[in-house]
Each structure stands twice: as C-alpha cells, then as structure tokens.
Design a protein around this ligand. Structure first.
Ligand code: PLP
Length: 455
C-alpha cells in the first residue's frame, strides 16, 4: 500500500470531485426565453379583481392563468415551475419562494403557528430549520433523534408535548425519511400541525408517499448544494387551500391585499414580506425539475456502490439507504474504540487523500448562542420572555445526536451527479488506503500531523 498523502505519499483521488450543479441546454434555453421576453418578475403585490379565487387557485390552473400583464401569483415561468413541481410531487399547490427558510416560515405561519406557540423539532439539522420558527415569534423545542434514521425520535416528540405545543417540524435529514407513521399518529391524537423540512430529501418516500406531501405542508430547498437547484430558492408543497392561500399572501406583501372586510382571523400572520422568486430563477428551476429523477438515481447508485464497497472496513459502517430513499449525503458511523485512532485524524487523512469528508454540523441547533442565551428579538429575550410571565422553555436531552455529531459521523458529500463510478472507485481506494494504514496514523506524533493540525 502506498504511503498516506498525509505523510507525503501520492493522493488516492486524482479525479476532481465535482459539485452538484448539472447545467445543460435545457436551462440555457429556458433562461433565454425569459431574457427574450424581458419579463423578470411580473409579481404584483396588490389586490386584483377576483383575488379571493386567485389565492386558492391550484398550481395547475394558475399555470394558464394570466388575465393581466402583472399577476398576484407571479410571472409565467414562476407559475410553470410551480405547476411542474406540483405534478412531480402529486400535490395541489406549490408555492415558490426565494429560499426554503422563507418557505418554512410561511408554512408555519400559514398553518396558524404564532407568538408563544411551541414547535417541536429535531436538535440536529441545519440552523435554518430552527430560525424559521423564530420568524413569527414561536419557540422551537429541541428533541433527540433516532439512531437509525437521524430524524426526530417519535417517543421524544411525545414526551415533549405541552399545552403550548402547536406543531411538529420534522426534518428528513440527509435524505432519510423520519418515521412519519408514528409522528402523524401523535400529531393526529394531539391535534398538532406537521410541517416537513425536506430540504435534503426531494424524492425520498415514506411508505410509498413522497416526504413533503404527508404533513400539512412540506418544504424543498433549491439552494446550490441540493438535489435540484436554482442557486437559491425554495418550494412549499401543500394540498390545503387555506395554507396555500396564506402562504401566497405572506410571500407577496400580504398586508396590502386584505380590505376592511377581512376578519382578524384572516389577517393573523399575514405580514408583508417579499419572498418572491424571479422569472430567471424559475426558468432555471424548470430545467432542474426535469433533471431531478436522474440526479436522484445517480446519488442512489453512488451511495449504494460506496455502501457495499466500504462495508467490510472494521471501524466504519456506511449507513444503507432503502430503494425508495434518496441519499443527499452518505453518512458513515465511525468507531474510534475499534480503530484506536481519533476520528479527527482519520478525517484529516481522508481529506489529504482528496476525499472531502466532514463530521456533520459543527454543533447541535440548541447549542447556538441565540438559543443558549434565549435572546432573538430586542434586548429582553423574545420570543421566550415574550411568551408570558414565568415561562421557561422546555429543554430536553439529545444524547443520540450528541454521540453522532461528536464521535461517530463521517459524511461524504460528493455522491452527486456528474460524479460516477470512476470517481467512486477512487474514493473507495482512498478509504481502503487510510484504514489499512491505521498503525502509521497511530504513530503520527500528536499535534505534528497534517499542517499543524492538533487533535
Ligand atoms: C435541513 C435544512 N433545512 C433548511 C435549509 C435551508 O434552505 P435554504 O438555504 O434554501 O433556505 C437547509 C439548507 O441547507 C437544510 O439543509
């Protein structure tokens, strides 16, 4: 076996691992269509005749609706993108926005979640999940994950319910589906709203249904690293006309639409944001929509290949995906006791071989200063302090997530198209090289290995 790259040997991975955007003539043609038309947005944020019907128009109908030059539902490409995404996922409404974070906030607010309401969510996700709860002054309550799918542990959810709990914000992390059967059963019993954060799981199914279409609303991210992408952007999926109506209002200066006849209930949570998607972004999105299935197939093939090829390595367990789950990142579980080498050093050695691996999020969501100090708005600590005299936010332990993040996770990112078998073979070679050189790694003088990196 060759010398480790960390110790001056040649890198195992010589092919460049490519990031996940595949752009071809589809996107170029669609973007040019928008440029040729010279229509860059066409959203109009004020009332039009028949606005009540427009607000609940299914995405398929909205695609062909264009009574005026400007519309409350946006330009032609935005409505086409929403209609195509709605058909793909089999929902009545798709509401696009400038990010998944905006979509999550819209979904929660549109479902009636507001100030002082508790929203139970996972302690392990990208920060945007928890931040979206704060937008309408609700309070995220963090609970632990299950060791087998890294998503909300239904028993921990059930234990965390209080009289203030109004919603469960599920995250389908890395492409693994949460246990939706158990979570929906809890939500139904306790009359809670379920919003699904599917930023990392477009195409994953849970019991034959796309995640994002099981709760009251689901959200997909179109940010640059995701399975389909527009650089930035998000989609909110729902079959509920009331949620679609309010989400469309929130996205588009909602407060300017209602007139004096709207009652207070209608107005609650309709705050005037501009979360709109541009026509250029939507054009790119239409092109990407056509690539989602192929992108997902390649991710699954690459993950399956790596899972099989790395399965026999002692001290490392790649976590397998079922056939109808779409991997976003391939997680592996590391066992430092079995190898006798700290995870940080193995990660360093793999990176030196040319494999971009990470150990997951730098911290759990509730460990961010905002949540530790419980100050989000103003100097006095809203939304926590604004939740009423004597209110204390519930805190729950997250031992499984802590163990995964601090000791066990090794994440491999580049399972995305256009990387294929040739790249994956080199990645396997790098893993075999590092794991068969553990003795050499162990003998690295502490603190002197790898570019002054101390472990
Ligand atoms: C689980 C999760 N939720 C939400 C988001 C936020 O998505 P966006 O960047 O589109 O707002 C991300 C993005 O990385 C994510 O991974």
């Amino acid at each position: 076996m060759k010398t480790l790259a960390l110790l001056g040997g040649p890198k195992a991975v010589t092919l460049p691992l490519k990031s996940s955007v595949v752009i071809d003539d589809d996107e170029r043609r669609l973007v040019n269509e928008v440029l040729d038309r010279g229509e860059l947005s066409r959203f109009m944020g004020s009332p039009t005749p028949g606005i009540e019907d427009v607000l609940v128009m299914p995405s398929a109908a909205a695609e062909n609706y264009s009574p005026q030059y400007f519309t409350f539902l946006g330009g032609r490409m935005v409505r086409r993108f929403e209609a195509e995404a709605a058909r793909y996922f089999g929902v009545k409404y798709m509401v696009s926005a400038n990010s998944a974070t905006s979509c999550l906030s819209m979904a929660l607010a549109a479902a009636g979640i507001g100030p002082g309401d508790e929203v139970i969510t996972t302690c392990m996700s990208f920060n945007a999940t928890a931040m979206s709860v704060l937008m309408f002054n609700s309070i995220p309550v963090f609970v632990d994950v299950s060791a087998d799918n890294f998503c909300l542990d239904p028993e921990a959810v059930a234990r965390a319910i209080t009289p203030r709990t109004k919603a469960i914000l599920v995250v389908h992390l890395l492409g693994f589906p949460a246990d939706m059967e158990a979570i929906m059963a809890i939500a139904d019993r306790r009359r809670l709203v379920v919003i699904e954060d599917c930023a990392q799981a477009p195409g994953t199914k849970s019991n034959g249904r796309y995640v994002g279409t099981i709760g009251q609303a689901g959200v997909f991210s179109l940010q640059e690293t995701k399975n389909f992408q527009t650089g930035e952007g998000g989609l909110l999926a729902t079959n509920d006309p009331a949620i679609a109506r309010k989400a469309r209002l929130i996205r588009n200066h909602g407060e300017s639409v209602p007139d004096a006849s709207w009652d207070d209930e209608d107005l609650a949570n309709v705050v005037g944001f501009n979360f709109r998607m541009t026509e250029l972004t939507a054009a790119f999105g239409v092109g990407q929509m056509g690539k989602l299935s192929e992108n997902n197939r390649v991710r699954a093939d690459n993950a399956r290949y790596l899972t099989k090829a790395l399965a026999a390595i002692p001290g490392l367990r790649p976590v397998p995906f079922k056939p109808d789950w779409v991997p976003h990142i391939l997680p592996m579980l590391y066992d430092a006791e079995a190898t006798g080498v700290p995870r940080a050093l193995v990660l360093r050695a793999l990176r030196e071989e040319g494999v971009p691996v990470g150990s997951g999020y730098t911290r759990l969501m509730h460990e961010n200063p905002l949540f530790v100090r419980q100050v989000a708005y103003g100097r006095h600590g809203c939304p926590w302090k604004c939740a009423g005299e004597g209110y204390t936010a519930p805190a729950h332990p997250c031992p499984t997530a802590e163990d995964l993040l601090r000791h066990r996770f090794i994440w491999f990112y580049h399972i995305n198209r256009p990387n294929g078998l040739a790249e994956m073979e080199q990645v396997v070679e790098a893993f075999l090289k590092v794991f068969s050189s553990l003795e050499e790694l162990k003998n690295c003088p502490q603190g002197e290995v790898a570019l002054g990196y101390k472990w």
